[in-house]
Write a protein that binds this ligand. Structure first.
Ligand code: GLA
Length: 367
């Protein structure tokens, strides 16, 4: 890795993301269309010379300390994400001398907004500065994925980390996760009088615990049964060759979702933002019925949004809780939010939190 001037202090911020469409396609080498949101994580680092890393977060009561030689299994809990970045960078020959890291920000954790990728990417960029190594944005994203896969133990794809590092203001990013090729596509919400509302259901998922890994394994089994490298290479005509009904449903979600991403991208390229609503709603149905990663709270948020006149709505992220997005005419956003809240109250569920999300820039150095 090329050298850059080593600094003794560095500060980066990295955003969360909303995925417009393309769910569970990233670990099938498929297409995704996320954008960064304004809410972010900030990491401030200072060099230490004793080979130790100390991390403090405004979200945790206690700081955590570990050596730069940390290995998977050493550090549990939230600090496993920064520790995983130290491990991934060190393993690639980027020698971190030791650091004091302070973390804060306004990105909700566990809301399906990729707070772990934001944490990893902000810490990774700071550590590279302190080590005096120039690492390009895609490589930081790949280190973050490695940290999450092999240190934290969550077998995620690369969407969140690439969105975090590369997003551009007022654009969604079409990502081909096979090649990591990126195409920014304008998403002119305000210009067209539209709002995209994120609704955090406060139902919390535990992705590390199994369901996500199960889906990934099922997709790999379906690809193996079809004798293709990944489900990216399968088409609808192949589905009938899958005799196992569960594998057929999982594969149908991936194949149709990839098509929906490309159709959404082409509608956006010609400025037809309202018309993507139907694809968002179809994506949710496919995630609910074929991929089976939705839950009662997500379905209720989607159904009540659609009943209230949203052009489209869908769950985002891994599923089993977290957030929904709804595309709506801006003047109707308030009414949509109160309708969804009333539906939750009527179902005796805790009140969701809703706010409008704006396509924002990716990670950046603050100092
Ligand atoms: C999580 C993972 C991503 C992706 C989504 C589902 O956010 O981190 O890699 O697989 O779930 O699309």
């Amino acid at each position: 890795m090329p050298a850059q001037l080593r600094t003794s202090q560095s500060e980066w911020e990295a955003p969360g993301r909303v995925n417009l469409i393309g769910e569970h396609t990233d670990y099938n080498e498929g297409f995704v269309l996320p954008f960064a949101i304004a809410q972010r994580t900030r990491a401030r680092g200072r060099t230490r010379h004793d080979g130790m890393v100390r991390v403090r977060s405004t979200l945790a009561p206690d700081h955590v300390e570990f050596p730069v030689t940390t290995a998977p299994g050493d550090v549990p809990g939230w600090a496993a994400y920064p520790a995983g970045m130290v491990w991934a960078l060190t393993g690639a020959g980027c020698l971190v001398p030791g650091a004091d890291l302070d973390l804060d920000g306004d990105l909700p954790v566990g809301a399906g907004l990729a707070s772990s990728a934001a944490l990893e990417c902000s810490v990774g960029a700071v550590l590279a500065d302190l080590a005096g190594v120039a690492i390009d944005r895609t490589t930081i994203a790949r280190f973050a994925q490695r940290a999450e896969n092999d240190y934290v133990g969550m077998p995620c794809g690369l969407m969140d980390q690439l969105a975090c590092m590369h997003s551009q203001r007022a654009h969604a990013m079409l990502i081909d996760t096979r090649s990591a090729a990126l195409e920014p596509i304008p998403l002119p919400l305000a210009d067209q009088g539209l709002s995209l509302i994120a609704i955090d259901t406060h139902a919390r998922h535990a992705l590390v615990d199994g369901e996500y890994a199960d889906r990934r394994r099922q997709c790999e089994s379906a690809a193996a049964a079809l004798e293709v490298r990944s489900l990216r290479d399968a088409g609808t005509a192949d589905l009938s060759r899958l005799v196992d009904p569960v594998l057929r449903r999982r594969a149908r979600h991936i194949v149709t979702e990839n098509d929906r991403v490309l159709e959404t991208a082409s509608l956006l390229r010609s400025g037809q933002v309202r018309r993507i609503g139907r694809l968002l709603a179809d994506s949710h149905r496919s995630l609910r019925d074929d991929f089976q990663v939705s839950c009662r709270e997500l379905d209720l948020a989607v159904e009540s949004s659609l009943r209230c006149g949203a052009f489209g709505a869908r769950m985002i992220g891994g599923g089993f809780g977290g957030s929904v997005i709804a595309l709506v005419d801006a003047p109707h956003a308030g009414r949509l939010i109160s309708t969804v809240k009333s539906a939750f109250a009527a179902a005796s569920l805790p009140a969701p939190t809703a706010y409008s999300v704006v396509p924002s820039s990716g990670a950046r150095r603050l100092s």
